[in-house]
Design a protein around this ligand. Structure first.
Ligand code: ADP
Ligand code: ZN
Ligand code: ZN
Length: 827
């Protein structure tokens, strides 16, 4: 008997062994998808990881139900990558599989319930059972969910089980592939029409049907139908059914008559969902001397070293260098992965790449539908002819999972961005760090690019793990922007603030608008969204399910929880003291938008944040409008800080630097520097020097001073010292363990016991347990334990200890449903 070990798309720690039926023996290969039963009635699609002939000793094996692929979709190289991810980020292979495969390649189990018709009439039925039987009679089958809503109850399993026992119904577990190819209907000539004579007689038959002959005439002209004497057949193009009907102003039923008469025929053709043909090929730019020098350095270093940090100031032409490198690698027949931290950025860069590389470039991110993602997956995959449609993938973090076969180069643009880290669900991977491992497996090169390197990456440069190439000049030698500090504290004292704007900002904006220049205002989302507060007693409305204050939305006049999404009506009176003086505090992008309209009523203002960029083209629309100068002032969150390239922005305003600096996290200062430097980098990119105005009450803060003089190295040295003193990365490794349960007391006692257990091995390296800043989300309570360990300690051994300690505690009955989340290298 042959057996297969299967990775199931579940958070189960091990693989499961199944028997391979004889008829599938020759077909099963490692890396293929299979359908298997797991649990009583659940079917899943898993992936074959191992084939062998060792019968499992502990459990009875089931048979594999079906094989879904003709060739493996996961190769040994990808499995190696998955193994590393699951080991390093402390999650199961099943969780990796869930993240790696687009949903369209995973199957869904759907229980369908049918009638056992012969039994119906003889048995007396209860009221509810009758309802079900009648409904199934009408619709052929129902799913459990449909029965729930039919009966208006949460769980109809009991009723269904009774019906099953009475043998009135039967169950069929069907498993359906959710990817469906997109089909389009085309019209061609029927096979019956072979010669010109056939055609003529067909036409004659239509003499009494003018509408039908009209359609046929239109078909001839649209399809350029012609009889070819030499080949003795008709030459023509197939015509879209919709086009033919439009031209003929005829109905489908008239067209059908032509099918019946076997003159025309309808066929269905699989078409691409991804529109790849939206570009104009343009000539590449010639590099400047400084850029050319940097490119040569990179190429030389790659001869002997694999990883390079390209530290180039904003607008120095890093993207132009990437383009040259991409060209080199694809001409060697290699694939290139170009990672970006944010969907918003892909829209600009994809145009720049498509203009050079045409449809050899594919984009991958979450705004594509499942089916579109399957198509992209297929285009990355190398087919039988050793050929993949996409040579270059431009994508966000999840694109590290695409089925590359021969990567030559990975570009990690804006490498410092924390959005490269997946927060939820597992695998909680950092795409930057994972990409370095992926590149090693492919023997590929890695170029990390940024104007503001992360402390970790720059530390790797100092340790000679990465090489360094620098560009210190902006393209065209345009000066970096001038940075002004707007002292909000003093202005408030002197009553010089204009609402939320400092005088300096208002004056500069005014001048820019007069010059027909554009403005970007930046407000980071974190910490300062508007909330309500009672003027008298200070009461702040909080979410009933989470430990967070609610965000005020002016347009709907509602309070919303940004963690669970729950909305509440805004209270008119304070629930604590009954006073009627409820006020909104803090300001988000929406408030800025409103206030601007007061000071600059004629300016065209637009917001770019999560709320205004829903939908697949949300970003693209705003970015294009701004590029076309149809917007004067763009207000945005983090999204506007990264890598966008606009040529007419002269003023950038940072609305509130304080809440970045005050954020309670060891990376707060590093992040503040990066954000401010990056947002500043959007100013004055093409013509003249730009200006940046930073509003703050902490003008003496060292980080603000570093930003003003663009002193990256000083910021780095300063922060590195802090990290060393307080045992943080890059010197120490952090693992955050979150313990979750709906019962607060359980969380407390489990966390305490767990910490005691861990201290036996790790002693002072264990911090906590402590409550996180937000300690309850959707009624789940949380507590964190931090492991802070030296880099030289074995990470594999440590993780084993951490996991087995929690497993042994969870083996106790009252803790069995505690949830534990491991976050390695938390952000
Ligand atoms: P970075 O990626 O370093 O921020 P970009 O590559 O976006 O910089 O360059 C900034 C702007 O300058 C872009 O609009 C780019 O097209 C232009 N640019 C850069 N280098 C050149 C060059 N050698 N020739 C023409 N335009 C260039
Ligand atoms: Zn009150
Ligand atoms: Zn909530």
């Amino acid at each position: 008997m042959k057996y297969a070990d299967i990775i199931l798309p579940l958070a189960v720690p091990q693989l499961y062994t199944y028997k391979i039926p004889v008829e599938l023996n020759n077909k099963a290969e490692i890396g293929m998808r299979v359908v298997v039963q797991f649990g009583k009635r659940k079917f899943y699609s898993g992936i074959i990881r191992k084939l062998h002939s060792d019968k499992p000793k502990i459990y009875e094996t089931k048979f594999i139900d079906a094989i879904l692929d003709k060739k493996p979709i996961v190769t040994e190289l990808h499995f190696k990558f998955w193994d590393w991810l699951s080991g390093y980020y402390m999650c199961s292979l099943g969780e990796i599989l869930k993240a790696a495969l687009p949903a369209g390649l995973k199957l869904e189990s759907q229980t369908k319930i049918y009638l056992n018709s012969q039994n119906i009439k003889e048995i007396a039925l209860l009221e509810r059972e009758k309802i079900i039987v009648l409904a199934i009679e009408e619709k052929k089958f129902l799913t459990i969910n449909e029965i729930n809503s039919l009966l208006g109850i949460k769980n109809s399993l009991k009723v269904v089980t009774n019906l099953l026992e009475k043998e009135i119904i039967r169950i069929e577990e069907t498993i359906e592939e959710s990817y469906k190819a997109k089909l389009e209907k085309y019209i061609v000539l029927s096979e019956k029409i072979k010669t010109e004579k056939d055609f003529e007689s067909a036409f004659n038959k239509l003499s009494k049907a003018p509408k039908q002959s009209d359609i046929l005439m239109n078909f001839i002209s649209l399809s350029k139908l012609k009889f070819n004497e030499f080949e003795n057949k008709f030459n023509y193009q197939k015509i879209k059914k919709t086009d033919l009907l439009k031209k003929s102003i005829a109905s489908t039923s008239i067209l059908k008559n032509l099918f019946i008469k076997e003159i025309l025929k309808e066929i269905e053709i699989v078409i691409d969902r991804i529109d790849d043909n939206n570009y104009v090929l343009t000539k590449e730019k010639t590099l400047s001397e400084v850029q050319q020098k940097a490119l040569c350095e990179i190429e030389n270093i790659f001869e002997k070293q694999d990883n390079i940090l390209l530290h180039g100031v904003t607008s120095s032409g890093k993207t132009e260098l990437y383009i040259k490198l991409i060209k080199k690698y694809i001409s060697q027949g290699k694939q290139v992965l170009y990672l970006l931290p944010e969907i918003a950025l892909t829209t600009q860069i994809i145009n720049r790449l498509k203009n050079i590389f045409g449809n050899q470039v594919g984009v991958y991110h979450s705004k594509f539908s499942d089916s579109e993602r399957v198509e992209i997956w297929n285009k990355v995959y190398v087919n039988e002819n050793n050929f993949s449609d996409y040579k270059i993938i431009l994508g966000v973090r999840s694109s590290i999972f695409l089925p590359y076969t021969n990567l030559g180069l990975i570009i990690i643009d804006e490498e410092h961005e924390t959005t490269y880290k997946q927060f939820n669900p597992a695998p909680r991977y950092n795409a930057r760090d994972s990409a370095i491992v992926l590149a090693k497996l492919h023997k590929a090169k890695v170029l990390l690019g940024t104007a503001t390197p992360s402390i970790e990456t720059y530390f790797n440069v100092l340790n000679k793990k990465y090489a360094l190439v620098e560009i210190n000049k902006r393209h065209k030698n345009i000066e970096l922007p001038e940075i002004l500090i707007a002292d909000v504290k003093q202005a408030r004292k002197k009553k010089e603030m204009k609402s939320i704007f400092h005088n300096i900002l208002i004056e500069n904006m005014d001048q820019a608008l007069k010059n027909k220049e554009q403005i970007i205002l930046f407000q980071n989302r974190r910490g300062f969204s508007p909330f309500m507060e009672c003027k008298t007693c200070g009461w702040i409305p909080k979410c009933e399910h989470c430990d967070v204050s609610l965000t005020y939305h002016k347009f709907t006049n509602q309070l919303t929880c940004h963690y669970c999404g729950y909305s509440y009506q805004s209270p008119t009176t304070c629930l604590a003291c009954g006073d009627t003086g409820m006020e909104t505090r803090g300001f988000g992008t929406q408030k800025i938008e409103e206030e601007i309209k007061i000071f600059f009523p004629n300016a065209k203002v637009k917001r770019m944040d999560l709320d205004t960029t829903r939908g697949k083209k949300g970003y693209e629309k705003i970015i294009t409008k701004f590029e076309d100068r149809k917007i004067d002032i763009l207000i945005g969150t983090q999204m506007v800080s990264k890598g966008l390239d606009f040529d007419n922005v002269s003023i950038v305003g940072i609305m509130n630097a304080d809440n970045m600096l005050n954020y309670p996290n060891f990376r707060a200062y590093e992040r503040s520097f990066q954000l401010m430097a990056q947002v500043s980098g959007r100013a004055g990119r093409n013509k003249k020097q730009g200006k940046v105005i930073i509003q703050t009450t902490q003008k003496e803060n060292e980080i603000i001073k570093f930003v003003v003089v663009n002193a990256y190295r000083r910021m780095f040295n300063n922060q590195l010292r802090e990290r060393l003193n307080f045992k943080y990365p890059p010197f120490h490794r952090l693992i955050k363990i979150t313990i979750k349960h709906k019962n607060m007391a359980k969380v407390d006692s489990f966390a305490n016991l767990y910490a005691i257990k861990l201290r036996k091995t790790f002693s002072a390296r264990i911090l906590g347990p402590e409550y996180p800043i937000i300690n309850r989300i959707q009624n789940w309570y949380m507590k964190d334990i931090f492991v802070k360990m030296e880099k030289k300690l074995s990470i594999t051994a440590s993780k084993k200890i951490i996991i087995s300690a929690s497993e042994s505690l969870k083996a106790q009955k009252n803790y069995s449903n505690i949830q534990i989340i491991y976050d390695v290298d938390p952000i």
